[in-house]
Design a protein around this ligand. Structure first.
Ligand SMILES: NC(=O)c1ccc[n+]([C@@H]2O[C@H](COP(=O)([O-])OP(=O)(O)OC[C@H]3O[C@@H](n4cnc5c(N)ncnc54)[C@H](OP(=O)(O)O)[C@@H]3O)[C@@H](O)[C@H]2O)c1
Length: 387
C-alpha cells in the first residue's frame, strides 16, 4: 500500500495521472492532527495564500495495490506540501545527544533545549559536557528573564502587584560521561538517561571520529581505520540497543543518525570514515524497516560542513571559507524531532541544501521515486538486480 499525506484544501488535491503506476488509489481525509503546535484552522490563517475556500486538512493518498516507488501525486501536481505520515508517534519531549560536549553535538543539544526539549548530554569528557550544560542553563535563564520582562501583565497579576509568570520552566539537562564503544558503560548510561528523562523521545547519534591521517588506505594505519569504524558504528549500535526497548514500549520515538555525504561516495582518503557513514545509513534503513510499524522514525541527517575540531584537523578544509552554520543544522534537526517530516523516515537529509520547507515541498516526489536511501541502482527494468 502506498500512503502519502498532504496538507491541502479539497480543491487543491491533484488528480492522479492516467496510465501511471499507483494511479489506482484515492484521496482520503484523515482525522485532524496537529502539525507542530498548530491545529488546522491556525495553519490556515498562518499559511493561506491562494484564496481557496475551505481550510486545509490532512489528506492521505491511499493506493492499496501500489508498491513503494510507484508514481503518486506530488507537489508538481498541485503545489501542495507533504507534512507527515498518518501514524506518527506522540512521544516525550526528551532528547539524548551523543558527542554533546563540543562541536556539532553541543550546538544540537543547545538548539533542542531552546526548542523545549529536556536533554541528556553524552560524551567522553565530563568537563566538556558540564560546560555545555552550564551554557544551556544560562541561555534558558536569560530567555526566561527576557520573557518575564516583556510579558504583558494580566489583569489579575496587575491587581495583585505581581510580576507576570514565565511561561515555561527551564530544560532538565542531564550530564552522562560515557565511552560509547564500551558495552557495559553504555548500558549503565542508558539506564541513567532513562531514569532521569523518564523516557527518550529522540536519540541523536552525533559522536564520531575521523582518521588521523588524510591518506589512501594503503598508506594508512589499519588500526586507526578500525578505531573510526568502531566509534562511528559500534557506538550507535550499542546505545540504540540499550534504549530501543524503552522507546518501543512507550509507543515509539525518533532516531537521528548524524551522517555525511562521505557515506555515499568514493574518496581518496578517510576510508574508515566513509565505510562507517555508509554503515550508519544502512542502520537507518534496517531500523526503519524493522520498527516503523511500532512507532519508530529513523533519519540520516548530514550537517553539511561545520567548523569544528574535526574539520579543523582535516587538511582538505584548510582553504575553506564557506561553512554550514550550526543554526541551519539545528533547524533541520528540530523539524525532524517535532515530527513534521516523519513521512521521510528512513531517508537522508542534508543541512545547508535541504530545509524543512524544501523537504516538505518535495516530500511526495522523494517518496514516489523512493529517493534518499542507500541502495543498488539498477541499469533499467531488465536488470535482474532491480531492488
Ligand atoms: N564537522 C563537520 O563538518 C561534519 C560533517 C559531516 C558529518 N559530521 C559528523 O558530525 C558528528 C560530530 O562531528 P564534529 O565535527 O562535531 O566532531 P568533534 O568536534 O570532533 O566532536 C566529536 C564529539 O564526539 C565525541 N566522541 C568521540 N568519540 C567518542 C566516544 N568513543 N565516546 C563518546 N563520545 C565520543 C567527542 O567527545 P569528547 O568531547 O569527550 O572528546 C566530541 O564531543 C560526527 O559524527 C561527524 O562524523 C561532521
Amino acid at each position: 500500500m502506498v500512503t502519502v499525506t498532504c496538507h491541502a484544501s479539497q480543491q487543491q488535491l491533484p488528480t492522479p495521472r492516467a496510465g501511471v503506476p499507483g494511479a489506482g488509489g484515492e484521496w482520503q481525509r484523515e482525522p485532524e492532527q496537529g502539525v507542530g503546535n498548530l491545529g488546522a484552522e491556525e495553519r490556515w490563517s498562518e499559511g493561506h495564500r491562494d484564496g481557496s475556500a475551505d481550510p486545509p486538512a490532512v489528506w492521505a493518498w491511499v493506493d492499496p495495490g501500489g508498491p513503494v516507488g510507484s508514481r503518486t501525486p506530488g507537489p508538481q501536481d498541485g503545489g501542495m506540501s507533504l507534512v507527515a505520515d498518518t501514524s506518527r508517534p506522540a512521544v516525550p519531549r526528551t532528547a539524548v545527544v551523543t558527542g554533546a560536549g563540543r562541536g556539532i553535538g553541543a550546538g544540537l543539544a543547545a538548539g533542542l533545549a531552546a526548542a523545549g526539549y529536556d536533554v541528556a548530554l553524552l560524551g567522553r569528557t565530563r568537563a566538556h559536557l558540564d560546560d555545555v550544560a552550564a551554557r544551556i542553563q544560562a541561555a534558558a535563564a536569560t530567555a526566561a528573564l527576557t520573557s518575564a520582562l516583556t510579558a504583558t501583565p494580566t489583569a489579575a497579576s496587575t491587581a495583585a502587584g505581581a510580576a507576570p509568570a514565565t511561561a515555561r520552566r527551564g530544560p532538565h539537562v542531564v550530564v552522562v560521561p560515557v565511552e560509547l564503544t564500551d558495552a557495559a558503560a553504555v548500558r549503565e548510561a542508558a539506564s541513567v538517561v532513562q531514569d532521569e528523562l523518564g523516557g527518550v523521545g529522540l536519540l541523536v547519534h552525533n559522536a564520531g571520529v575521523i582518521e588521523r591521517a588524510e591518506v589512501p588506505f594503503d598508506q594508512d594505519d589499519v588500526e586507526d581505520t578500525w578505531r573510526v569504524i568502531e566509534t562511528n558504528v559500534r557506538g550507535p549500535l550499542l546505545l540504540t540497543h540499550a534504549l530501543l526497548p524503552g522507546m518501543l514500549a512507550q509507543g515509539g520515538g525518533r532516531i537521528v543518525n548524524i551522517n555525511s555525504g562521505a557515506g555515499h561516495r568514493g574518496a581518496g582518503e578517510y576510508t574508515g570514515y566513509g565505510i562507517s557513514k555508509g554503515a550508519l545509513a544502512r542502520m537507518t534503513t534496517m531500523l526503519d524497516t524493522q520498527y516503523r510499524d511500532r512507532g519508530l522514525r529513523v533519519f540520516d541527517l548530514a550537517p553539511g560542513v561545520v567548523r569544528t575540531d574535526m574539520t579543523r584537523g582535516m587538511p582538505a578544509h584548510d582553504a575553506r571559507v564557506a561553512w554550514t552554520p550550526i543554526a541551519t543544522v539545528v533547524e533541520l534537526l528540530v523539524a525532524l524531532a517535532d515530527g513534521g517530516l516523519d513521512a521521510l523516515a528512513g531517508r537522508f537529509v542534508r543541512a545547508g541544501m535541504d530545509t524543512p520547507a524544501s523537504l516538505a515541498a518535495h516530500g511526495a516526489e522523494i517518496i514516489a521515486v523512493d529517493a534518499r536511501r542507500l541502495r543498488l541502482v539498477a541499469w533499467g527494468a531488465s536488470d535482474p538486480l532491480v531492488p
